[in-house]
Design a protein around this ligand. Structure first.
Ligand SMILES: Cc1ncc(COP(=O)(O)O)c(C=O)c1O
Length: 397
């Protein structure tokens, strides 16, 4: 469904609140329902969600196959016991992930959030290399849990209050920097992991120069560190291929967001060589959590992965992205990023985002200075939805 171009309820409620507060106010849109690319609020306004709920709803909100799989799982095994006992759904998912990952990444540590997967990667690198250091890139965003927080180079304000207790050995280089800078940063042998988003999302919807990732991967390996890709946003087809790392196959690959079609689930996939460093369990697991490999999340993920592969989400993402870029180009707007990690260059992205909301489109600024309007929509966005959005943007931009 298309966005409702007039959202009178929003306007009326804003006016009411502004009158009561004596000042303009960004009244929250209270979500009541979401399906496909659409969100309906409590006032009945219909939005087209161009964020896909932070990138989660790559196959659309509330995909029926995901909902059915989760419901069926709930009727058989709602909760299992983390690492203590395996369960059939989790085993099936782990096998499925190993088949979907690049060759060699056959072992996975499951988590609930993207930050969980990133933290599992950090722990693996520390254990496997004996080195604490992590090299990240300006604009990096890997989640805000305490272990992941120190690795972000997106907004210093996020880390500032906690600086004393965040990761003590993080180096930051510009995204896409010369290879010699990477080589120099790795030279003293203290870096155990280089962590990179193959296309940066929150950091500005930007892809690195061609060949850069492969060069960083090879320098990383030469230095004895692990090369880790954060594909929490970019993975599972969003950029037009199943994974965005291309030939720069990582030792560790973090996935999440779209993985379970709307349920909280993530995974850090790794090579056997890296993961074997954890050693055999001698009793109590040194890395686990109560809801590890939650059965409903695993069932939802199996269904979501079926949709992603059977409906060729990478191809869909590439074709919607091409339509968006072409149509935006035709109205004189330049785009950044790759596939459906797409930025639109606009002079005032915050104002555009607010105006779009009033016209029924959800999209937020991205980048450290909000330099682009970020789109991470569903790969099932229709041509009509794309065209109506571009027409609206042409009117308001
Ligand atoms: C690239 C990337 N990594 C990690 C994360 C953190 O994921 P979560 O918010 O699920 O912890 C995000 C979230 O936006 C992300 O975009």
């Amino acid at each position: 469904m298309l966005a409702r171009h007039e959202c009178p309820a929003i306007t009326a409620r804003r006016a009411r609140r502004a009158a009561a507060l004596g000042a303009a106010d960004d009244d929250p849109v209270v979500w009541a329902e979401a399906v496909g690319a659409n969100v309906k609020d409590v006032d009945g306004n219909l939005f087209v969600d161009l964020t896909a709920g932070f990138g989660v709803a790559l196959i659309g909100h509330r995909h029926p196959r995901v909902v059915d799989a989760a419901a069926a799982q709930g009727h058989t095994l709602l909760h299992a016991m983390g690492d203590a006992f395996p369960d059939v759904t989790r085993i099936a998912l782990l096998e499925r992930l190993a088949g979907l990952a690049p060759a060699g990444l056959e072992v996975a540590i499951l988590g609930l959030s993207g930050a969980d997967a990133v933290e599992a990667a950090v722990k693996t690198a520390v254990i496997a290399t004996g080195r604490d250091g992590v090299l990240v890139f300006e604009g990096a965003y890997h989640g805000l849990a305490l272990g992941a927080l120190g690795l972000q180079a997106y907004n210093a304000g996020f880390t500032a209050p906690f600086r004393r207790i965040t990761h003590p050995a993080v180096r930051v280089l510009p995204y896409g920097c010369p290879a010699t800078d990477v080589a120099n940063a790795l030279a003293d042998g203290t870096i155990g992991m280089v962590l990179v988003e193959p296309v940066q999302g929150r950091g500005g919807m930007r892809a690195p120069p061609d060949g850069w990732l492969a060069e960083v991967a090879s320098l990383t390996r030469r230095s004895g560190a692990l090369f880790a890709c954060d594909e929490i946003l970019t993975g599972l087809g969003r950029t037009g291929s199943m994974w965005a790392h291309g030939e720069a196959v990582p030792d560790l690959l973090c996935t999440g967001k779209a993985l379970a079609g709307g349920f909280p689930l993530s995974a850090c996939l790794g090579t056997r060589a890296a993961m074997d460093a954890w050693g055999a369990s001698t009793g109590e697991a040194i890395h686990t959590q109560t809801f590890l490999g939650h059965p409903v999340g695993c069932a939802a993920a199996l269904a979501a992965l079926d949709v992603i592969t059977e409906d060729d989400v990478p191809l869909r993402a590439a074709s919607i992205a091409a339509r968006l870029s072409d149509h935006l180009g035709a109205i004189g707007l330049a785009t950044t990023g790759r596939g459906l990690v797409l930025g639109i260059e606009l002079p005032n992205t915050l104002a555009a985002s607010r105006k779009l909301l009033q016209r029924g489109y959800i999209a937020f600024p991205a980048g450290r200075r909000g330099e682009v309007l970020g789109l991470t929509p569903s790969a099932f966005l229709t041509d009509e939805q794309v065209d109506a959005f571009v027409a609206t943007l042409a009117e308001i931009a």
